[in-house]
Write a protein that binds this ligand. Structure first.
Ligand SMILES: [Zn+2]
Length: 497
């Protein structure tokens, strides 16, 4: 018997994440790091790379690196070293970047950690599979300047350099190639971002470049050595990371299935076209001639400092997830969802304080609200509503002022405009009809119009009663209180079922 020529491939993904650290000054000078100020207004001889200037290490950046190392269960090395990475580019005035490299004798800040993630709920409804993704290293480095291309009619006239970003503190987090699907890579990033937010290391805003992700992707047959990988760049949201990886995996699979071989190259994600493409620059193995930075002494980290950082760590998302399960009785999936980012968790807790029904709150946050955020490409902190808005909406449903269906209808409007739910309900006349007298008129009309079903109800058929309730709802455009409509119909028709 010949087996079908279907080859199963295993997906292998590793991530490199650059994180802009939340410091007020740059990595090696006192210049501020304020975003969005006029070009070249936050510069000095050090970050302009002028001859004779000397770097002075930002202690706060080291602390943030150590906090991250602790949160990711990494080993912080007692002595770590900065290196020069040598290359020429107009946004790099010194012609080298100060960074850290993974040498055994001159280790980076921290190595060998891990972070557990769940790759979403399983289709069978079982608790999501949790896996620990290994972290290879956490290291510190400086950012480069930024090129601004002046274009006219689709042509670049000239390029300008803005050095405000030059020397801004960055941290690079490198994973082992442990991720096995685009969905898992996305889940890992979401978890990592929540951790970085919780320990106040980064704002986590990918669209502002605070978190930049490069992904190494390859395919292999199970049990075989790693295949040739490509590096995918230029993804600026969690969604685009998942989309780019789905595309790149499919592309490599196609190449391999027709007997081709994957070329090692850097590929860029085109968000609009939904494809990755090879960069036009000729690929060559760069020799960066790393060597220890002679202007900086090694970073010395004492056991006391590591212990001090460990002691003052705020609650991490994993601990928060477990607390939500224990304290609020949330199912695993709900707990995962509402701890997906620090702002989401804060929104959840505030709403529950105002409307103490955790499961209902998590249903709304994880359901309609998350769907809206995803569709709009926003974050919860971008929305013009507060926990008070959501709590008010849920209370109106609870008190029977509006139906659950009406609540779902007005939520998008609240999310778009920030209007209060009672204002929308008032302006549109959406409040539920719970007034017996008002509803009796509608019930009588329905009875008069549907002689057949009325006879069926009198004969004790439940299905016909459901139909008549539906007619009342239809006539009131969903505004009738369904329980009241049901009771009135039963009374009128003498139904005992
Ligand atoms: Zn400076």
């Amino acid at each position: 018997m010949t087996a079908k020529a279907m080859v199963e491939y295993e997906v292998v993904i590793g991530l490199e994440i650059h994180v802009q650290l939340m410091t007020v000054s740059k990595m090696f000078c006192a210049c501020p790091t304020t975003f969005g100020v006029p070009p070249n207004t936050q510069v000095c001889p050090v970050c302009l790379g002028l001859p004779g200037s000397l770097p002075v290490l930002n202690a706060r950046a080291v602390d943030l690196g150590l906090r991250t190392a602790a949160a990711l269960e990494c080993t912080a090395h007692p002595r770590s070293q900065f290196h020069r990475k040598n290359y020429y580019y107009p946004d790099l005035p010194k012609n080298y970047q100060i960074t850290q490299y993974q040498y055994k004798v001159h280790p980076p800040l921290a190595t060998d950690g891990g972070l557990a993630v769940s790759a979403g709920p399983s289709v069978t409804g079982e608790p999501p599979l949790r896996r620990r993704i290994r972290i290879r290293r956490v290291h510190l480095e400086e950012d480069t300047g930024r090129l601004v291309h002046v274009e006219s009619g689709g042509q670049v006239l000239h390029s300008l350099v803005d050095f405000n970003r030059s020397g801004v503190p960055l941290m690079e987090i490198v994973t082992e190639p442990d991720l096995r699907s685009p969905l898992e890579a996305r889940a890992f990033l979401a978890r990592l971002r929540a951790v970085l937010q919780a320990i106040e290391v980064s704002t986590g805003r990918m669209e502002e470049g605070n978190l930049r992700v490069d992904a190494n992707v390859s395919l292999r047959r199970p049990g075989q050595p790693l295949g040739t990988r490509t590096e995918v760049k230029n993804m600026n949201s969690l969604r685009s990371v998942e989309r780019a990886l789905v595309h790149e995996v499919a592309r490599q699979r196609q190449v391999l299935e027709v007997g081709g071989s994957v070329e090692q190259q850097t590929r860029h994600w085109d968000e609009r076209r939904g494809v990755t493409f090879a960069s036009r620059m000729k690929e060559e193995a760069q020799d960066y001639r790393y060597f220890p930075e002679p202007d900086l002494v090694p970073i010395a980290v004492t056991a006391e400092r590591v212990e001090q950082i460990r002691r003052t760590m705020p609650e991490l998302p994993e601990a928060r997830r477990q607390r939500y399960i224990a304290a609020y009785g949330l199912p695993e999936y709900d707990a995962e969802l509402v701890t997906s980012s620090a702002p989401m968790a804060a929104f959840f807790e505030e709403t529950v304080k105002l409307f103490p029904q955790p499961k209902t709150v998590s249903n709304w946050l994880g359901g309609d609200l998350t769907a809206y955020i995803k569709a709009e490409g926003k974050e919860i902190e971008d929305l013009p509503i507060t926990p008070r808005h959501l709590a008010d909406l849920l209370r109106m449903v609870e008190q029977g002022t509006i139906s659950g269906r009406t609540a779902k209808e007005i939520l998008p409007e609240m999310l778009a405009s920030g209007a209060r739910p009672d204002a929308i309900v008032g302006a549109k006349g959406l409040s539920q009809i719970s007034d017996t007298e008002a509803l009796e008129r509608v019930v009588d009309e329905v009875i008069a119009e549907h002689a057949g079903p009325v006879a069926d109800v009198r004969a004790g058929k439940t299905q016909a009663l459901t139909f008549l309730v539906g007619q009342v709802m239809k006539k009131t455009r969903g505004r009738a209180n369904p329980e009241l409509a049901n009771r009135l119909l039963r009374e009128r028709l003498g139904f005992r079922g």
